[in-house]
Design a protein around this ligand. Structure first.
Ligand code: NAI
Length: 335
């Protein structure tokens, strides 16, 4: 199959080439998919995209007109793809579900520890041979309450890790995972109760119409004073303006994010010589109690290997006329 890989990053190309083993003809381009760049897919059977690509209604219509039949995502989240349109236009879409929930959960824990124990500030001082400890006080995680919003694959690993730290874990999800209750004493609550009781809140829900700006000023007002908020899911699950306000008035003690509401066009490339004209990002970045990473929670050797293998597996299935269990578009509506 001839495949155009949009938004390809130098670090992932060797993983994809190794997993492909010359089976499919892969062509890599750095540009992101959009209605403007869709025409680059002329002559390709399939495209592969990432979370920064935009497969909206118009883009998918164009892809169909250009003869593209398959879209394989190199991500778990598919909020950037109009699945309904793809299904209607008979373009098959598959993702990589659960390529390494450990990678994301461990990154969330990294953000939490770095913020709580002020590791960045501490290290900056030490780099200047300043060993003063003033204003570096954190708190023990042991016996604290951690609220997990979304107890799917990543939230489940987060629950396990936080339980290991000796935390009391609360969960909020539209579907309950009984194993987490039995094995890690997780207690499911309402979102309001979770907010009222949690010292730390970690977000692991997908971005959809129900979770868009779920964390807003009304919900923040229910939270404990000084709560630590961690978001490794999708930027738009939190209303960033409201969170900044919460940071300013002290309601939110610290914020750790790997994803940002307006990350499109900013994350994944170097803007050090051309700082983005985004006052919200600048204001967040300036705060000592905010730690931002550029959507790299997935960046482990294991995760990249799994992403590449599953991407090639999805293409293999389609080429062989088989169904992949990772398909997001409904098979029956395509037949
Ligand atoms: P998952 O599908 O296993 O779990 C998501 C959970 O959220 C499910 O239990 C589901 O029932 C729950 N949920 C869905 N809508 C909800 C709602 N309205 N209210 C409450 N709960 C709801 O997904 P997984 O693998 O745990 O990934 C979660 C998200 O993490 C992905 O959708 C993606 O956006 C993000 N992610 C971020 C990465 C990064 O590099 N920062 C990498 C991988 C995933």
């Amino acid at each position: 199959m001839k495949v155009l890989v949009f938004s390809s990053k130098d670090f992932e190309i060797p993983y994809l080439e190794y997993a492909n083993n010359k089976k499919h003809k892969l062509f890599f381009i750095k540009e992101a998919l959009s209605s403007k760049t869709a025409m680059k897919a002329v002559g390709y059977d399939a495209i592969s995209i990432f979370s920064s690509d935009e497969a909206c209604f118009v883009t998918i219509e164009k892809l169909r007109d250009f003869g593209v039949k398959y879209i394989t995502l190199r991500s778990v989240g598919y909020d950037n793809v109009n699945i309904k349109t793809a299904t209607k236009l008979k373009i098959r879409v598959a993702n990589v579900p659960g390529y390494s929930p450990n990678a994301i959960a461990e990154h969330a824990v990294g953000l939490l520890l770095a913020l709580n124990r002020k590791l960045i500030e501490s290290n900056l001082r030490v780099k200047h041979f300043n060993f003063n400890l003033n204003n570096l006080i954190g708190f023990d995680l042991n016996a604290k309450t951690v609220g997990i919003i979304g107890t799917g694959k990543i939230g489940a690993v987060m629950t396990k890790i936080m339980h290991g730290f000796g935390c009391c874990v609360l969960g909020y999800d539209i579907e309950q995972n009984a194993e987490l209750v039995t094995n890690y004493k997780l207690r499911y609550t309402t979102l309001k109760e979770l907010c009222a009781l949690a010292d730390v809140i970690s977000i692991h829900v997908p971005l959809n119409t129900d979770t868009h700006q779920l964390i807003n000023k009304e919900l923040i007002s229910e939270m404990k004073q000084g709560v630590i908020l961690i978001n490794t899911a999708r930027g738009a699950v939190i209303k960033t303006e409201d969170v900044l306000e919460g940071l300013k008035n002290g309601k939110i003690g610290a914020l750790g994010i790997d994803v940002y509401e307006k990350e499109k066009g900013v994350f994944f490339s170097d803007h050090s010589l051309n700082i983005p004209d985004d006052n919200l990002l600048i204001a967040l970045n300036a705060r000592p109690n905010v730690l931002i990473t550029g959507h790299h929670a997935f960046l482990t050797d294991e995760a990249l290997t799994n992403i590449a293998e599953t991407t090639i597996y999805n293409l293999d299935c389609w080429e062989a006329g088989k169904e992949t269990e990772n398909e997001l578009t409904k098979k029956e509506s395509i037949a």
